[in-house]
Ligand binder design. Structure first.
Ligand SMILES: Cc1cc2nc3c(=O)[nH]c(=O)nc-3n(C[C@H](O)[C@H](O)[C@H](O)COP(=O)(O)OP(=O)(O)OC[C@H]3O[C@@H](n4cnc5c(N)ncnc54)[C@H](O)[C@@H]3O)c2cc1C
Length: 417
């Protein structure tokens, strides 16, 4: 005990009087300032998607005792619930590839855990390029080779051999990585929820954060109605809503929502192939053929910023026309279902991961631009290390620093999809 903590001996009566006063005081404080359901945390996380949950898991692994995760609805039901679960190494920049590799270390751990029963579907990813995309794809492939990734270059002959069901008109090359594939996001979310609960993470569901308190340029509390969580550190992991949560804290978080729809069809007239996920760069469409059906999607030609994910038959018909130019076997395929959700766009195509300038104790991890399943957990690990140890080992968070736009040090990236 330090000398300042020593106190003079007190009589039993005085002691009980003081104790009663202290108890009354704390009862008063609890009642007035910390209503029922309120909490004190070392780290509070806003958002229970793959990013918030994997961050909570890593924080507990690093020994943070009181981790509270606050979720507006049910965990994993927003972008994470809509995702295909694709994990690919094929990107055009080193930082994106490193995020996949860091994320893959998380999935290796999950997949090898005795309590995780789902499997990794190693279906592969292929990119198809026309004359206008081939240089960028070639540069990406050179970088992938330099890093030592198992990505093959495909000339016209290989394309014809690998994808006999494709109309190859207008294609001059492609790439393929057979180690890319798919996890099942709902299975990973359920596993993380079980793990986090077992390790004492306090998860508050149906709790939309509607206020953030800052005093003396330091984060103090987050609130949801009458529920208050006081925390030393608060992490905004609210996905496409990260900008809205930033507004509650009076800071600019440049993440914008962008609607995306995946269409699930039957197999059309003559289709019976399983395929990797094929990204057709000239038409901006992607397709994954499964026995008995296909999953289709399209990259919008313009940047659409909206929370509205509604779509209609006309949009599907237009996209189906584009897809059928490349996959004629899908002509006549019937729409069987829709999966709608939000991408979370940033101005340069990279996520934000790190402290928010100007508010001590406030962090953000969001804006994964449609790659949060593969990239989120690796960045979450690096951020957990930064919060706990003051430096991140899993990944260099430098390129992801949230203030890179104000500091004019961000660079535009070439996003394949
Ligand atoms: C159709 C589609 C397909 C995709 N396919 C892939 C893929 O194959 N591979 C891949 O890597 N990525 C894919 N993505 C992208 C991926 O889904 C996202 O990047 C990822 O899920 C983002 O995770 P997150 O935790 O940041 O966001 P979310 O999962 O959206 O989680 C954020 C959470 O924050 C909560 N929240 C928001 N505001 C508040 C508040 N005020 N208070 C409390 N909680 C709040 C929300 O309710 C939500 O649950 C796809 C996305 C879509 C839409």
């Amino acid at each position: 005990m330090s000398p300042h903590c020593r106190s003079a001996p007190v009589s039993a009566r005085t002691y009980h009087t003081i104790a009663a006063r202290v108890a009354r005081h704390f009862h008063y404080v609890r009642r007035m300032r910390f209503p029922r359901g309120s909490d004190r945390a070392d780290v509070a996380i806003i958002g229970g998607g793959i990013v918030g949950l994997s961050l909570a898991w890593y924080l507990r692994k690093l020994g943070v005792e009181r981790v509270t995760l606050v979720e507006r609805g049910e965990p994993g039901q927003q972008s994470t619930g809509a995702a295909s679960g694709g994990i690919r190494r094929q990107f055009g920049t080193r930082v994106e590839i490193e995020m996949t590799l860091a994320g893959w270390r998380f999935y290796e751990e999950v997949l090898s855990h005795s309590s995780y029963t789902d499997a990794f579907d190693q279906a592969g990813y292929a990119f198809l390029a026309g004359p206008r995309q081939i240089d960028a794809l070639g540069r990406a492939w050179m970088l992938q080779q330099e890093i030592g990734l198992p990505v093959r270059w495909l000339g016209p002959a290989e394309l014809a051999e690998m994808f006999p069901y494709c109309e190859l008109h207008g294609l001059v090359g492609g790439t393929f990585c057979g180690e890319d594939g798919f996890i099942d996001p709902p299975a990973v979310v359920q596993w993380l929820l079980r793990q986090c609960r077992a390790q004492g993470v306090h998860i508050l569901e149906q709790t939309p954060v509607d206020a953030v308190t800052i005093a003396g340029r330091r984060i103090r509390t987050i609130r949801s109605g009458r529920t208050i969580v006081a925390a030393d550190a608060v992490v905004n992991a609210a996905g496409a809503w990260a900008g809205c949560v930033g507004t509650l804290a009076g800071v600019n978080i440049p993440v914008e929502p962008s609607p995306r729809v995946k269409y699930v069809t039957d197999s059309g007239r003559h289709f019976s192939a399983n395929s990797p996920l094929i990204i057709d760069l000239p038409t901006g469409t992607y397709v994954r053929l499964r026995q008995g059906g296909a999953i289709l999607g399209v990259k919008p030609k313009k940047r659409v910023v909206s929370f509205n994910v509604e779509t209609n038959q006309r949009i599907f018909a237009r996209m189906a026309r584009r897809v059928c130019e490349r996959f004629p076997g899908l002509h006549g395929a019937k729409l069987r279902g829709l999966i709608k959700g939000l991408y979370e766009l940033t101005p340069d195509g990279l996520p934000l991961g790190g402290p928010v300038a100007g508010v001590t104790g406030l962090y953000v991890i969001a804006g994964f631009n449609g790659h949060g399943i593969m990239h989120g957990p690796g960045v979450a690990r690096a951020l957990a290390e930064l919060i706990v140890m003051g430096k991140s080992e899993a990944l260099d968070l430098g390129p992801l620093r949230p203030d890179r736009f104000e500091r004019h040090i961000a660079t535009k990236h070439y996003n394949f999809l």
